[in-house]
Design a protein around this ligand. Structure first.
Ligand code: SF4
Length: 395
C-alpha cells in the first residue's frame, strides 16, 4: 500500500486490526489528482501516513455520543438534527473526525428511521436535518428515498441537508437521474434541499464536478462548501483564497473553514491557531466582500466556536457561533494562546507571564483542567451555563 512515507506491506485487514481508517480512493479521484499540478498536496487527503499509527488525540472530539438522542440521530443544537445514515464514503479522508467508525463499523448508523421521525415530530424546534455519516450520497437513491418517506411528511422540517464529499471524490454519482429526482422530491415536498460539499483545495474541482453542481443548482438545490484547514494540503492563504473564489464562481457558498480536530491518528493535520488566524487574515485581504462568506470555526464539544483574531499579547478572541447553551451564542471572549495551541482545550485563561507555556501541550491541557470554571472536559448542558458565565466575567 502507498503511504506518504513510501510503500509498505500493509493490508486493509491490518489497518482494521490496528483500528486505523481503511484505504480507499475511487479511480476518478485518483486519476484527477494525479493529473493535477497539486498531487503532492492532494494525495495527503487520501493516502495513509505512518503517523496515523501513533500520536495524541481522541476518537470523539465533539461529544457526539452525548448528543445522540435515538440511535443514529444527534440533537446538539435545537434547530438541527444530525442523522448518521452510513459509515461508507467514496474515499476515506485521512483527517476524518469520525475515524472511529467510517469504513469500519455501522453500529452508529441509524437502524430505525421510523423512530428517528417520531423523535423529530415531537421536537418542533428542529427545522432541518443533516444527512451525514460517512457520505450519504454513497447510499442508493432508493435507500435515501425510503429514509425521506419518514422525514418529508414532518411539517416543521424546512430543509434537508446532505454533507457530502462525493462532488469532489466521484461527481459521476450525481449523474444518476434517480438522485436528481430525489432532490426534486424534497423540493416538491416544500423543503429546501441543500448539499454541503467538501472541497479542501481548488484543484479538487473537476469539469465533472462543475457540470453536476450547475445541473443540481438548476433543479433548485442550494450548495454550500466546508473546508478543513489541513497542514501540508491547504495551509496557505493563496490556496484557500483560490478555493473560496472557485466556490463563489460556481455559486457554492463558502460556509465553514474548520480547524482540524485533535482526532486520534489525525492530529498531524492540525495547524497552530496563531498561524491559522494569520492565514485567515491574509485570505480576507485577497477576497472581495461577497466572496468572504466563510467562518473559521472550531467544532468543539461545547459548540461551534468562531476564531476571530489574535492580538499582540497573543490573546485569541473567540465567539460561540453555536453553543449547547444558547445564551453564550454571539458573545466574544478571549484566552491566552500559546504558540503551539491547536485547539480550544490548549488555550489558557492567564496571560503569558503567568502561564507554564514552556510545558508541552499535554501538560498544559492537564493544568487547564485544574483551573476552576474552565473545565471544558466536563461541559454539559448543566455545567455549560455555569462555566460560560464565569468565562464571560473573565473575558
Ligand atoms: S468523506 Fe467525510 S465522512 Fe468520509 S472520510 Fe471524508 S471527511 Fe470523513
Amino acid at each position: 500500500m502507498n503511504f506518504l512515507e513510501g510503500t509498505h506491506d500493509i493490508s486493509n485487514a491490518l489497518l482494521k486490526h490496528r483500528r486505523i481508517t481503511p484505504y480507499r480512493v475511487p479511480k476518478f479521484y485518483r486519476e484527477h489528482i494525479a493529473r493535477s499540478a497539486y498531487y503532492d498536496q492532494l494525495k495527503r487527503i487520501v493516502e495513509p501516513s505512518l503517523r496515523e499509527f501513533a500520536g495524541p488525540g481522541k476518537l470523539d472530539t465533539s461529544g457526539e455520543a452525548d448528543n445522540t438522542v435515538v440511535p443514529g440521530l444527534q440533537h446538539k443544537y435545537p434547530q438541527t438534527g444530525l442523522l448518521l445514515v452510513t459509515e461508507q464514503c467514496a474515499a476515506f479522508c485521512r483527517y476524518c473526525f469520525r475515524k472511529r467508525f467510517v469504513g469500519s463499523s455501522d453500529k452508529e448508523v441509524a437502524p430505525d428511521f421510523a423512530r428517528v421521525a417520531e423523535y423529530i415530530r415531537l421536537h418542533p424546534e428542529m427545522n432541518n436535518v443533516l444527512f451525514s455519516g460517512g457520505d450519504p450520497l454513497m447510499l442508493s437513491s432508493r435507500r435515501l428515498d425510503r429514509i425521506l418517506d419518514h422525514l418529508l411528511p414532518i411539517p416543521h422540517l424546512t430543509s434537508i441537508r446532505f454533507g457530502s464529499k462525493t462532488p469532489a471524490f466521484n461527481p459521476r454519482r450525481l449523474a444518476d437521474d434517480s438522485l436528481l429526482d430525489l432532490f426534486e422530491r424534497i423540493r416538491c415536498a416544500g423543503k429546501q434541499p441543500v448539499i454541503v460539499a467538501h472541497f479542501d483545495h481548488f484543484a479538487e474541482f473537476s469539469t465533472e464536478s462543475h457540470a453536476r453542481i450547475r445541473q443540481y443548482q438548476s433543479a433548485g438545490v442550494q450548495f454550500l462548501n466546508q473546508t478543513v484547514l489541513l497542514a501540508g494540503v491547504n495551509d496557505d492563504a493563496d490556496t484557500l483564497a483560490a478555493t473560496f473564489e472557485e466556490c463563489h464562481a460556481i455559486g457554492v457558498r463558502p460556509y465553514y473553514l474548520f480547524q482540524t480536530r485533535p482526532v486520534l491518528g489525525a492530529s498531524h493535520f492540525q495547524v497552530p491557531l496563531r498561524r491559522g488566524v494569520a492565514i485567515v487574515r491574509d485570505i480576507n485581504r485577497k477576497l472581495s466582500g461577497i466572496q468572504k462568506t466563510f467562518r473559521y470555526i472550531m467544532s468543539h464539544e461545547t459548540g461551534k466556536i468562531e476564531i476571530l483574531d489574535v492580538d499582540d499579547g497573543n490573546r485569541i478572541y473567540l465567539r460561540y457561533h453555536q453553543c449547547t447553551d444558547s445564551h453564550r451564542i454571539g458573545r466574544v471572549f478571549s484566552r491566552y494562546c500559546p504558540p503551539d495551541a491547536c485547539w480550544f482545550d490548549d488555550l489558557l485563561p492567564e496571560t503569558r507571564s503567568t502561564t507554564n507555556s514552556s510545558l508541552p501541550r499535554q501538560a498544559r491541557t492537564t493544568r487547564i483542567r485544574l483551573v476552576p470554571s474552565v473545565d471544558t472536559s466536563r461541559f454539559d448542558n448543566a455545567t455549560c451555563r455555569e462555566t460560560t458565565r464565569a468565562g464571560a466575567r473573565r473575558a
